[in-house]
Design a protein around this ligand. Structure first.
Ligand code: AMP
Length: 218
């Protein structure tokens, strides 16, 4: 099952991707996670993208496309993948098309989680992530059992630098300008599935699994 998850920051893409991974056992490829990990480890890639990521702007297409192409070639992608946060520009979407063609793969669907700016700002300002394992929480809708501590690994929960309100608003603007044209792009290819991302996680999951069930039967 070859999927992309589209939608603004804070739409829940990462949360839903993790649930899909549990059920279908396909890799969750989040370009944001890859960049954050590189920054945390201080690798060459990390040093290159650090300022861009922290300011909420987009990493250049060329670099991002090359990174995704390498990742998709790995063995664990043979039975499918979820791309979360990629593609984010028309150039990336076209590059992805070319990559998949070369690999003899086809996209099953672009799942679009639709959420408005105020919901995004409200959700992200209450979002916390584990500094150790990256698990995502929300102090209101998805709190950890013990405040500030990860349920899974005991790590400390922190707020991402780019989750501060002014950066979130600028990430949303970048999303509208650069990424929202992809909705039309995938609609024209009959690949678009739109979900109301303001609904509860359980409601969205139900609809999402229904859609994915349809891909299984293909
Ligand atoms: P995310 O976790 O998906 O919100 O991504 C966090 C940040 O990583 C973004 O604000 C960008 O700076 C960078 N990033 C992630 N994915 C991409 C992409 N496909 N193209 C360019 N930059 C990206």
């Amino acid at each position: 099952m070859n999927l992309i998850f589209l939608g603004p920051p804070g739409a829940g893409k990462g949360t839903y991707a993790k649930r899909v991974v549990e059920k279908y056992n396909i890799p969750h490829i989040s370009t944001g996670d890859i960049f954050r990990e590189a920054i945390a480890k201080g690798t060459e890639l990390g040093r290159k993208v650090q300022d861009i990521v922290n300011s909420g702007n987009l990493v250049p297409d060329e670099l991002t496309n090359a990174l995704v192409e390498e990742r998709l070639k790995q063995d664990d992608c043979k039975k499918g993948f979820i791309l979360d946060g990629y593609p984010r520009t028309l150039n990336q979407a076209q590059a992805l098309n070319e990559m998949l063609k070369k690999m003899g793969k086809e996209l099953d669907g672009a799942i679009y989680f639709e959420v408005d700016e105020e919901t995004v700002v409200q959700r992200i300002s209450t979002r916390r992530v584990c500094s150790k394992c990256g698990k995502v929480y929300n102090v209101i809708t998805l709190p950890s059992r013990v405040e500030g501590i990860c349920d899974d690994c005991g790590g400390t929960l922190i707020q991402r630098d780019d989750d501060k309100e002014d950066i979130v608003r600028s990430r949303y603007r970048v999303y509208i300008e650069k990424t929202s044209p992809l909705i039309e792009y995938y609609k024209n290819q009959n690949k678009l599935f739109t979900l109301d991302g303001r609904k509860s996680v359980e409601e969205v999951m139900k609809i999402l699994f229904n859609i994915l069930g349809g891909f299984e039967k293909k």
